[in-house]
Every structure is written in structure tokens, then in C-alpha cells.
Unconditional design. Sequence first.
Length: 270
Amino acid sequence: VGDKVMVLAGSGLWQEVVNVPTSQTFPMPEGMSFEEAAALLVNYITAYMILFDFGNLRPNQSVLIHMAAGGVGTAAIQLCKTVENVTIFGTASASKHELLKESGVAHPIDYRTMDYAEEVRKISPKGVDIVLDPLGGSDTTKAFNLLKPMGKVITYGVANLLTGQKRNLMAMAKTWWNQFSINALQLLQQNKAVCGYHLGYMHEEVELLRSVVAKLVNLYSQGKIKPKIDSVWPFDQVAEAMRQMQEKKNVGKVILVPEAPKEESKKAEN
């Protein structure tokens, strides 16, 4: 009672009081703000397990991170920087490139005006070792084709389904039609791996998740990772918060809090 904790829950967190099993609570490390705690677990567990458990990231390798300025993207960049001499390619709109370079992305690519696969090939003709794929559809095929021998694509989302504020049935049909498919014999001949990751289906893997969170807390305490907060919105501005993401304006995590921060606390922080 009274401990400050971070929680993992599949839904139901947009409210003031929540009830979660103790197995889904994790003590907050010293010095961490509540906003950082809200931004840590889902994004950093996802990025960590993709890069290290599936990706087996090692020194001198190369990684392509899509949506590099988003929550998982910024987490993945920071985690890549904990390994020596990792070359990071990151896709994002041009306005975010300077921030990406400052954070450690060697090669930011504007996916809106360029073919990112061509841009990667110009710099690294053989391709990359790991692709983080939150896009789905035809982009998973492009990711697979961009892999070096012994490379891995880890698909963890289908952002191509989302084209605006409302459900787009054409986008859904197109993404479904273009969904990547490969058989075991083709994998064998290509010397490549395809992995699928969804944190929402890992809730029974308590010990595994605890071990990952322990590593992340250790990295945070060492100052090697720090959740990037794009903006903080009170519950009564949830529509504006959602729009911030839908219009792809955010760099880092968009956070919801029950009430707008009081001016006095802001002054105290300053």
C-alpha cells in the first residue's frame, strides 16, 4: 500500500481508478515521474523483446525502425544505442529528422517523398540485419526483401490499416490482400527469419515480462534510457490527444492524465 507502481493492462486505463492483478504491477524506480512510468512499459517492453529476444541485436549490425519518432520507435532508438556501433535507419516525416539525428538515427528517411527501401539500398546495398515492422501489408514484403542473409523482420502491428480518424474499408482490404506470406521452404532457401510479436498476448508470461522490466528499470537507473514524452493531455482533451497521433505530429509518447497539471506544480518544476 502506498507504493508507486507502473501497470500493464490490455484496456480500461483511461479512467481515474483501475483494478489490475499484482502480477501486472511493477515498482517505479527512484526519480521516475508518473508520466515517464506511463510511457515506459508497453513501448519499451515491445522494443526490447523485438530487438533482443527476437532480433538478437549485436554490435556492428544495422536496424530499420519504421515510425521512428513514435513511442516504440523512440524506445527502440535508445535501446539500439546501448549496443556498440549499431547503424540505425529510421522512417519519419521530414520535420522530425533533426530530432531523430540528435537521438542517434544515422539515416532518417522521409517515407512520404521517398521509397525507403531504395534509400536504404543506396547506403547499404546488402540491406539491414533487423527490420521492425509495425506497418503490415506490402511493407512486410519490402522488409523481408531488405534483409541481409541471417536477417530478421519482426512484425508487431498493422498501422497501414489506419489512414485517418475513421475506419477505411478500402485500406483494410488492400492491407489484407497485400499481407506478407511465405512458406518454410522459401525461408530455408533465403536464410532469413520472420517473427511476430504482440505484447497483448503475453499476459500469462509473468516471469518473462518481469525479467524484461527488471532489465529496463536497470537501464533507466543507469541513465541509458529515458521515455520521451511528446505531450500530456487531461482526460477532457482526449480527442485532441488522439488527433495529435492520427495526424502524426508526435515525437515520443502522448500521455493522458486525469486532470490538467496545476500552474503551481509547473512553476515548482521550473
